[in-house]
Every structure is written in C-alpha cells, then in structure tokens.
Design a protein. Structure first.
Length: 487
C-alpha cells in the first residue's frame, strides 16, 4: 500500500456506556498501544458527567493533573492522547456564552499538551432543541458546521479536530451529511461507525459511499470489542475481523471502542494493531493466537480455551468455540446411525475437549500473570465453569444412551444430569454464546426514521452448552418413552 494511504490514526476511543477507566487503566492502555504501534488514545467515556451531561462544568485541578499525566505518558509511548466533549444534549449553538464555555473546556486540554480534540455530537436528537437555534440555523447540520468551524479556527495549527456527527452510522446519504460535507473545513476529521452502529464488517464500497458524501476520508469509530448496553452479558475476546484490506483508500484511521474491561479488551485491540500495520498480510486467526498467549501470559493454553468460548460478537455471530462445536457436530451426525463405535469415538473426543475446558478456570485464577485480568473476567470464569460442567453431564448421559440400552440406569443418568443443572452457578454472564443477546444494528438514527439494517439484531438460544444439553435431553426422553430414533 502506498505510504500516503496508510492509516494515519490507529488506536482507541474510550467511548462506551459504563464506568470510565481508572487512571491506572488508562496509563496501562497507553503503554500497550505504544508497544503495538498504535498512536491515538481518546478519552471519551459516555458516563463521565463532565464530558457529557454537565459539560459546562470545568474539570477540577486533580482531574486535570491526571489528564496531564496521560498526555505526558502518551508522548513517551508515541501515542497522541486526546479528549472528547459531548455538548449536544443541551448546548445552544446560537449562544455565544455556550460556545465560549465549550472553547474554555477544550482549551484546558490544549494547555496540558493535548493536540487531538473530539467534538462528539452523537446519540442526541436530530432536531434543534432551542428556539434561538431554530431562528438562526436552517437545520441541525448547519449548526454543527458553524460550531465545528469556530472550534477548529481557535485550535492550534498542529491540533486535530474530530467530530462525531449525529448521523454517524449507515451508508445512505442524507441532507445532514451533505451539509456537513459541503461546509466543514477539509482538515476536520469526521467519524463513522460503519454500515450500522456495531458493524460486523466494514467494506470498501460502504466506506467509499460515506466518504464521497463528506468529501474526505473517514475516521472510523469502530464499536468493537465494546459490550455495553444489551451486549453487557457477553465477553468479546475474538480477533479483529471483517475489515477490508484496502480500507485506507477511504478511511484515515480506525479507533476501536473497547469493553469497560481494559485488560480483557487487549485481545481484540492487539489483533487490530496487526491489521492496521499490514492490512493485506493480516491473518486474523494467527493474530488471535498470538494475542491470547500474550494477554494470557502464565496460562496461555488455558486462556486460549477460555477465549475460544467468548468469541461470539457482532463480528462473529456464529462463533461459540469452533473446536468444541465441530466435535459436537460429529456426535450429532453419528448418534442416530447404525455405527455405534463411531458414535462412541466421537463422544470420547468430545469428552477430551470438555475435560480440558473444565480445568481452565482454576488454572487461570492460579497462573495468569496479570491479576487485573483475572479480576475482570471472574464473572465469566464462573459462567465458563458452569456451562462446561453442564456439557460434561450431557456427555455422561449421551455415553449411556450410545449403548442403546434403556432401563433404570439410563433414567438415573438422566436424573443425575438434570439434578446437576439445578446446582450449577447461573447468572447473567454468558459463555459459549448467548441465550439472548441484542446488537444495536441501527443504520439510521433520525428521530423520525430510526431503523435497523440487514445485520442480525436479536440472537436467541445461541449457547452451545444449552444446545448440547437439549440434544441429550431429547435423546433421553425418546429412549425412555420407547420412541428411540424419532426425536
């Protein structure tokens, strides 16, 4: 790829809904980004009141000292640390006082050395809220162009201004986008999340359509591996995937939105760094294995098994643990056939895989080098252990059923499995795929025309462990009811 088409901006936007990162977590992330060759970290948490709901209130000296430390650490690591302000919920664009207050807030970041500023105008109404604004501006887009232009003019020449527009997802054009494209200064970066809010893939033709409307390459706010809102029960530990190798033709950079779990997010972020260094040579699975062994230092094999059960995401909605699912498919294919020996061999292989996974949680707690990672993933260590134990019980029942004998021993094996299910830990966290999950696949965020696109939104009964349990239950009920082979 020619040098001029490299990704200029490579990094993270801490922009999820949930508890913001601590200072220690931010410093840790900045160091990691520098190690991986990333160069941007933007502080933009949605649940920081002073960054959004109470944006007019200045940060106190302690907070500014923390921010100054982040900027300095970024200089050491080769990472531009930036800050976002989200005034769109209440700002009066026609108010000189509001604009001056916004500039004071941004200038405080400039004074501590920040040269990457974000004006986040996302997740707000698509209508002008104030009468004075409706008098002065013909549309929300005109107000945004005016505000961004005034802010840009007052920033230092070496500063980057990134605006995240209200219309930030999808590929269709709109009057709002056309106004932005025609009116914004050429040097202002404009955000886009892809064809939907959480894009399973980002293709060149999709980016080209949006870039053409805006008259510039796009700076992508990539909502992976984030798991906020209705995705919070999932742990996203898969590789960065589904992004075309030639995206830099239409994209100036990619800033990934992480989970509220800083250390666990490193799996996907590290693979994304490999993609951005060499999009054409990038191999997701090889990058993923390198990442899980690096992040899971001290217990690499166990962490790989654990991460395999948490790859399900918008980028991989069919991925529930490829090795284990393949083994289950072999059992299911042979179970109702005439080759009992083949069924038993398939069950033996599946039991071997499940037994390895049964030991993973304890190994990770005991051997992971990173204690912060253990603390972050503890809820999923519990769910992983419970779901794996459930599968072990199902295999025990299937082994009994594979002998093709009914009778009391089979009934007791069935009761044992069901009894075990009542004792297993159960909570809202999910492993091996979700029982219920929602991905916010909006392609339009207009007040009157918000709509989903073609990407799946609601996922029901996608847990591999539950699927294996049901298979065993169905076969047991059929056998004990004298209907073997009819299930």
């Amino acid at each position: 790829m020619p040098k001029e088409l490299d990704f200029a901006h490579r990094g993270v936007v801490e922009g999820y809904y949930g508890p913001p990162y601590t200072q220690a977590e931010r410093l840790w992330c900045i160091d990691r980004l520098g190690e991986w060759g990333m160069n941007v970290y933007v502080v933009a948490p949605k649940d920081d009141p002073l960054g959004r709901d109470e944006w007019r209130t200045p940060y106190d000296p302690d907070a500014m000292n923390d921010f100054r430390e982040l900027v300095a650490r970024g200089v050491e690591a080769g990472v531009r640390v930036g800050f976002a302000i989200s005034p769109g919920l209440s700002i009066e664009y026609a108010s000189g006082s509001d604009v001056a207050t916004l500039m004071q807030k941004l200038d405080a970041f400039v004074q501590i050395g920040a040269r990457f500023l974000c004006l986040a105008l996302d997740d707000v109404s698509s209508r002008l809220a104030h009468a004075a604004d409706r008098t002065r501006y013909a549309s929300l887009a005109e107000a945004h162009v005016d505000l961004a232009t005034r802010v840009h003019a007052q920033l230092p020449p070496d500063a980057t201004l990134w605006i995240v527009p209200t219309d930030y997802a999808g590929t269709d054009t709109s009057a709002y986008l056309q106004t932005l494209g025609a009116g914004l200064p050429a040097k202002i970066e404009v955000g886009w999340t892809g064809r939907s809010v959480v894009s399973p893939e980002i293709r060149c033709e999709e980016a080209a359509r949006r870039a053409a409307v805006l008259g510039r390459r796009l700076l992508v706010w990539d909502n992976v591996p984030v798991h906020d809102g209705p995705m919070r029960t999932s742990l996203h530990l898969g590789p960065y995937a589904g992004r075309d190798p030639d995206l830099a033709e239409h994209v100036s950079g990619l800033l990934l939105n992480p989970m509220e779990l800083a250390h666990a997010s490193a799996v996907t972020l590290r693979t994304a760094a490999e993609y951005m260094r060499d999009p054409h040579g990038y191999q997701p699975e090889a990058a993923w294995r390198r990442a899980v062994y690096a992040v899971g230092a001290g217990a690499g094999e166990a962490f790989e098994l654990f991460a395999s059960a948490h790859r399900f995401s918008a980028m991989a909605p069919a991925d529930r643990d490829p090795e284990l699912e393949s083994a289950f498919e072999a059992v299911r294919a042979d179970f109702d056939g005439q080759d009992t020996e083949a069924t038993i061999r398939a069950l033996d292989h599946m039991r071997l895989l499940v037994d390895r996974r049964l030991r993973a949680a304890d190994t990770l707690r005991a051997a992971l080098v990173d204690p912060a990672l253990v603390e972050e993933i503890e809820p999923w260590l519990l769910s992983h252990a419970a779901e794996t134990a459930a599968m072990a019980g199902a295999i025990e029942l299937l082994e009994r059923l594979a002998t093709r004998e009914a009778g009391l021993a089979t009934a007791l094996a069935f009761f044992r499995m069901e009894g075990r299910m009542t004792r297993l830990h159960a909570d809202r966290h999910t492993s091996y795929g979700p029982r219920r999950a929602v991905h916010p696949q909006l392609v339009s965020l207009d007040d009157d025309e918000a709509r989903f696109g073609d990407d799946p939104v609601l996922f029901l009964d996608r847990c591999l462990a539950e699927e294996i349990l049901r298979f065993a239950e169905e076969r047991a009920l059929a056998r004990l009811s004298g209907r073997y082979g009819s299930a």
